[in-house]
Design a binder for this molecule. Sequence first.
Ligand code: EPU
Length: 335
Amino acid sequence: MLKIEENVSLKKYNTFGIDIQTKKFYALSSSESLKEVLIENKGIPLRILGGGSNLLFTKNFQGLTLQIATKGIEIIKKTSEKALVEVQAGENWHEFVLWSLSNNLGGIENLALIPGSVGAAPIQNIGAYGVELKSVFHSCKAFEITTRKIHNFSNDECQFGYRDSVFKKKLKGKFIILSVCFTLQQFPHSINISYGAIHSQLANKIATIQNIAEAVISIRLSKLPNPKQIGNSGSFFKNPIITLNNFKKLQQLFPKIPQYPSKEGFVKIPAGWIIESLGFKGMREGDAGVHEKQALVLVNYGTASGNEILALSNKIQKAALDKFGISLETEVNIL
Ligand code: EPU
């Protein structure tokens, strides 16, 4: 018998801490029961939830929320150089990073402390400090909701881009990721310390994967609010990509505007700089606010509703368009 709960608050299942209700709720601890749950709830709107760390709830949901809670990490294949590791979708991402460090497997140390689940990681190709998930992603198993069949997706088939994949585009809402396979390095050759802050944080220490993870953890703790203390979903907006021509025009008006390299003919602008320049950093409207140390992160100080956070986001987007002519696209999913 499946234990499907009714009228459940999702407050503890989203890192923004928004108190909305779902009509039905089921925590999936074994992918074997997936077919049964879907058959039993056929015709009812379905929503898949991972770690709840990249979304903003704005209204109650009149359907079934399926929280992916499957666990397991297994080394599938090992050579003298590499290990192929399969991780179940419900594993916590940071726990997996810690597992890789204790097994001396390199490749994801720069991605330490990113909130969320392993199954959600490929959907937006998580990234930080010079590394993106796509550099270690081997393949994933995903369940097609309409046919109830399991498919394997290779790295290419996922069409990874900046905070993007096929699962956010053409296949949006069609698949449930069950597990992800990663290629990790046995004797890590390709350590990435390109990011300036990691360099300075490491100081004179040897760049082992453990030391890099430690550096990343302390940088993140110093800049980003801990969702257990202040509700948030990390970067609320993507860093906008604009044409080099537009950038040059903006540079005339705002000589200090920073840039990251992007594809040819384009540059990426840190949205955090835009938001700070607009004067929003550290501002607070009721319990909705803009983090005081990183303007890209919107926060819930306690009892803000999703709509209050959304109103603040709309205000920021309008101001960015008015002053810089730049559209800020949200990175979190607004539901
Ligand atoms: N900046 C400001 N004011 C701010 C924040 C940032 O001026 O309040 C400017 C500064 O010029 C700073 C630059 O933005 O040098 C970059 O800031 P930071 O290194 O904090 O990185 P980011 O571009 O704001 C991105 C990711 C983060 C990731 C960091 C580190 C996106 C949308 N965000 O932020 O990812 O941790 O780089 O690699 O790409 C997330 O996706 O949730 C996330 C936190």
